[in-house]
Every structure is written in structure tokens, then in C-alpha cells.
Design a protein. Structure first.
Length: 167
């Protein structure tokens, strides 16, 4: 008997990733609507793939960060603009102002350390085919992660996510 679950014809992973990226867009949109003012102690670390389609950053930053880069939106940023696909923001690097355009699809992590909230994403590539991958190290329930995978009797996986605060 074959214990390998069948390939899904519904791209659940992609749908969930897209929905969670919308959280980032909504949060940044609220900051934009507030005139760029972050509420309370909130601040954001946003990590993105510098070579992803649609990313527009100065060449000096692309040379310095050829794969991935993390920016901080906290005290000194300006001209935050958000649309459905991307956001733009002005930041200073070594006292040199720069405008960055970052599609939400390029984001690999979003963290708000003020409230211990974070999301991690798979980078979206331009390829339609998915490459095979090894099992994640956190697939076992005893990993202590907030996500848990339960195996049902028919072999399918059910994923539950607990967004509660850590104790």
C-alpha cells in the first residue's frame, strides 16, 4: 500500500503564503494611512530577496546584499506607499537616502519585535515548477513551535496555527 499522500491539485501552500503576505500589506497600509506614524512601540524588520522580480533598490545595496536583505522600519523612514502588489519606502543607508520598491512576493520574513510577532515566507520564484525539498526540521510536534501537524487516520496532514502570545 502506498503511504505517500497524493499531490494536491489545489495549491494550498501558495494560497496560505499569499494570505499571510496580505497581512504585511494591511499592516503597512495602516501605517501609510496614519501618515507614516508607527503606533506605540511597534517597529518592523522586513527581510526580502534582493534579486526577486520587481525589487528596485540602488545598485550599491544589491552589490552589498546579492541574495537577501533586512530593512528596519522604525524611526527614520519616509514616503511609505503601499499597493496590492508591493510597497515603496525611503530609507537612509550610511547617511545616503534611497528609495526601495519591494513586492510582497519578495518578502521572506516580517517581524514586529515589540509584540513578539513574526511571519516567515517561501520566496516566490518566477518558475512555475516546484523544486523537491527535504522535510523541514520543525515538522515534529515536539519541536516547541507554535505550528503543529497532526496526522489523521487517512494519512493527510492538518495544520493548525496558534497565533497566541508566547508564555
Amino acid at each position: 500500500m502506498n503511504e505517500t499522500p497524493p499531490d494536491s491539485l489545489i495549491p494550498y501552500d501558495e494560497i496560505v503564503q499569499e494570505a499571510l503576505r496580505a497581512v504585511v500589506g494591511r499592516v503597512l497600509g495602516q501605517v501609510e494611512a496614519a501618515g507614516g506614524a508607527l503606533p506605540g512601540n511597534h517597529h518592523f524588520y522586513i527581510t526580502f530577496k534582493t534579486g526577486a522580480p520587481g525589487v528596485a533598490i540602488p545598485d550599491s545595496l544589491r552589490e552589498r546584499f546579492p541574495d537577501e536583505m533586512t530593512i528596519v522600519l522604525q524611526n527614520k523612514f519616509w514616503d511609505l506607499a503601499v499597493n496590492e502588489e508591493a510597497f515603496t519606502v525611503g530609507l537612509s543607508f550610511n547617511q545616503i537616502p534611497a528609495k526601495l520598491e519591494i513586492p510582497f512576493a519578495a518578502i521572506t520574513a516580517f517581524v514586529d519585535p515589540a509584540v513578539d510577532f513574526g511571519l516567515q515566507f517561501q520566496a516566490v520564484s518566477g518558475e512555475a515548477d516546484h523544486e523537491p525539498h527535504d522535510d523541514a526540521e520543525n515538522d515534529s510536534p515536539e519541536s516547541g513551535d507554535a505550528s503543529h501537524v497532526a496526522q489523521s487516520e487517512d494519512g493527510s496532514n492538518v495544520v493548525t496555527v496558534d497565533f497566541g502570545k508566547k508564555k
